[in-house]
Design a protein around this ligand. Structure first.
Ligand code: ADP
Length: 197
């Protein structure tokens, strides 16, 4: 799909980010890069909503399940399930985590917003995510620790991976009337042709 200044991304500040008092810091980072906030609310997610959000395919189950098996081997624990089964178990712990406390749900808008936001958010694992990113700057978790306790990696924030994924996720978290359409003055500076007039 072509890039557009109207692209949208779903962002969730997960329960660890809310409890760490990072809502303002994260919103500030998105504002200063020039993105537009189109919707914002604090919610307790239902389990159904969370399962819908973390609808993963066999490729993801296999990838995450294989990692869990490697960790079990390292810890000398028995391997009792297939990678897919361990991956599915991981999906359940993601749901446990995202429903464990309030989540700040937002829609941000701007040119290639999913790519811009993922750059600011950093890689999935805080241990290896870059310095300067949200996950790299504000937390310390690793796959190793999370797998050892069979829990979700606590990495502060979720951001949509692609434009298509964003449109699927937005429907899970927002009603159409909660999403605002308005002009932000900064968009003129970022995108308008007649900047110098
Ligand atoms: P991202 O959030 O970076 O897009 P994924 O969609 O692959 O990453 O995973 C969703 C969330 O599941 C991650 O943000 C993280 O909290 C958690 N997670 C991913 N992989 C693992 C894992 N191997 N063990 C525990 N939790 C994981």
């Amino acid at each position: 799909m072509p890039q557009s200044k109207r692209d949208r991304a779903l962002i969730l500040i997960k329960p660890d980010g809310v409890q760490r008092g990072l809502i303002g810091e994260i919103i500030g980072r998105f504002e200063r890069v020039g993105l537009k906030l189109a919707a914002l609310k604090l919610v307790f997610a239902t389990r159904e909503q969370a399962f819908e959000h973390y609808k993963k395919d066999d490729v993801w189950f296999e990838k995450v399940g294989k990692r869990a098996i490697e960790e079990k081997k390292l810890a000398g624990k028995p391997i009792e399930k297939t990678p897919i089964e361990y991956g599915q178990e991981k999906q359940k712990v993601l749901v446990d985590f995202i429903t464990s406390g309030p989540v700040a749900a937002m829609i941000w808008q701007g040119n290639s917003v999913c790519d811009i936001v993922r750059k600011l958010v950093g890689g999935t694992e805080p241990l290896t995510s870059d310095v300067g990113t949200i996950r790299g700057d504000f937390t310390v978790d690793s796959y190793h620790l999370a797998d050892a306790d069979m829990r979700s990696v606590r990495n502060i924030i979720h951001s949509s991976e692609t434009k298509e994924e964003a449109e699927r996720e937005i429907k899970i978290w927002f009603k159409e009337e909660e999403i605002l359409k308005y002009d932000l003055i900064v968009e003129k500076i970022l995108y308008d042709l007649d900047l110098l007039k």
